[in-house]
Design a protein around this ligand. Structure first.
Ligand code: SF4
Length: 404
């Protein structure tokens, strides 16, 4: 939670008033920077941010900085039509002479490689490794590169949006659960180092219905830039988008209770071929089960030699289950691609380099730090150990097991 540049202290506003506040915030803060950098993930909020601000510049409502850079965060897990839509908008930006860079995690940090190659269990609300690793850290690395290259502090623009009430105290939360906000934007806002950039969230006060109005109605109009944002709006439910209020994120996001956006997409006749993607979430769910994972069954100590609170913890995915999951995910991919209408509409959840790296990590017997694969499978009987040093023996274990 951080105090940020706060321009928004309004009561309930209309769509035009929301745009007006955005303009005012950019006039007040943007003019102080020669270089604006956009953190864009292809989701609804950051796409609104990029297309709206370029429109405001082109229509003369705000002054362009000397340089604009758009950084597209490619997680490799975008819902395919969303990715196609982002690629169309990327082309439109490039046609305008705007510099767009794709930012992606290093091979070993990518979602599927980390999950299946290293065996780290799917992210959860208590162990959310994905957002920093596949979205935020690659972006921060790129921001440092930009700063090294220019030597000047720049303005980082994010699509963080919290609606009006949360905005009034000027605090930014990293949460993407509220009001269908876009995963990652709050993290960019909070994590990007102040030594290299200042941050502004010009849509902070926008309501989700205004986001849809921009994407569905205004952005595609000639006079607003003819942006190809309609597809993005359709993906999130078209006319029903406001009710669905889906948060933008990865396919099968293990942190979301339902794949709302994907469920909408696979009902659109053009995207029926993507239905196998609905099988991804159950695979992540299965990989959380004890039968798929390892467990620490001996005493666990902290660095100072005292007993750790976290005894008997479950850990990585077993090698057998990693192999099972890889096979299942490749089968999803094959099922989709055998019906894809064209080469460019094929989907590679795991591409050939990633598959090769996953298999190589298996050959190297790779486990997360602190694990080596000799641990018991988590569904095997074990002695319950407690951080006070006591134990609860398992009924069917023998004395010799107790010495483990
Ligand atoms: S959308 Fe879900 S899986 Fe993707 S980075 Fe965000 S929390 Fe992680």
């Amino acid at each position: 939670m951080k105090i940020q540049l706060n321009f928004f202290e309004s009561q309930r506003t209309t769509f035009n008033e929301q745009i007006d506040l955005t303009v005012q915030s950019l006039k007040a803060y943007g003019d102080q920077y020669d270089h604006w950098v956009f953190a864009w993930s292809g989701g609804k909020d950051s796409t609104t941010l990029v297309t709206l601000i370029i429109y405001l510049i082109e229509s003369g409502q705000i002054q362009a900085p000397k340089r604009i850079t758009v950084l597209f965060a490619d997680t490799r897990l975008e819902i395919p039509p969303l990715f196609f839509s982002a690629m169309q908008i990327k082309r439109q930006l490039e046609q305008r002479g705007i510099e767009v860079h794709t930012v992606m995690a290093e091979m070993d940090d990518r979602f599927m490689v980390y999950l299946l190659g290293r065996g780290v269990p799917p992210p959860s609300n208590t162990f959310r490794w994905c957002t920093p690793q596949i979205k935020v850290e690659p972006m921060i690395k790129k921001l440092h590169e930009i700063h090294r290259e220019t030597g000047n502090k720049f303005l980082l623009l994010t699509g963080v949006r919290q609606g009006e009430s949360a905005v009034r105290d000027g605090r930014i939360a990293m949460s993407c659960g509220k009001d269908g906000a876009e995963c990652g934007q709050g993290w960019f806002q909070v994590t990007a180092p102040e030594s290299i950039c200042d941050k502004l969230a010009p849509l902070l006060h926008w309501r989700v219905c205004s986001i849809w109005d921009w994407l569905k109605i205004f952005a595609p109009m000639n006079r607003h830039g003819s942006w190809n944002t309609q597809l993005l709006a359709d993906v999130y439910g078209g006319e029903e988008a406001e009710e669905i209020n889906a948060r933008t994120g990865c396919i099968g996001c293990p942190l979301a209770s339902k794949d709302k956006a994907l469920e909408v997409v696979v009902k659109i006749p053009e995207y029926l071929y993507l239905q196998p993607l609905l099988r991804l979430k159950p695979i992540y769910r299965e990989l959380r089960n004890p039968s798929r994972r390892k467990r620490k069954t001996d005493w666990q100590y902290k660095k100072d030699g005292t007993l750790s609170k976290n005894q008997n913890r479950m850990g990585p995915i077993t090698m057998e289950s990693r192999a099972w999951a890889l096979q299942e995910i490749l089968a999803i991919q094959n099922d989709i691609n055998s019906k894809a209408p064209s080469e460019s509409q094929k989907v590679y959840l795991i591409n050939s380099e990633e598959e090769a790296r996953i298999r190589e990590l298996w050959r190297l017997n790779t486990w997360p730090d602190g694990w080596d694969g000799t641990e018991k499978r988590a569904d095997e009987p074990f002695i319950q150990r407690h951080s006070d040093g006591s134990i609860t023996p398992e009924l069917f274990l023998t004395e010799s097991d107790l010495s483990v």
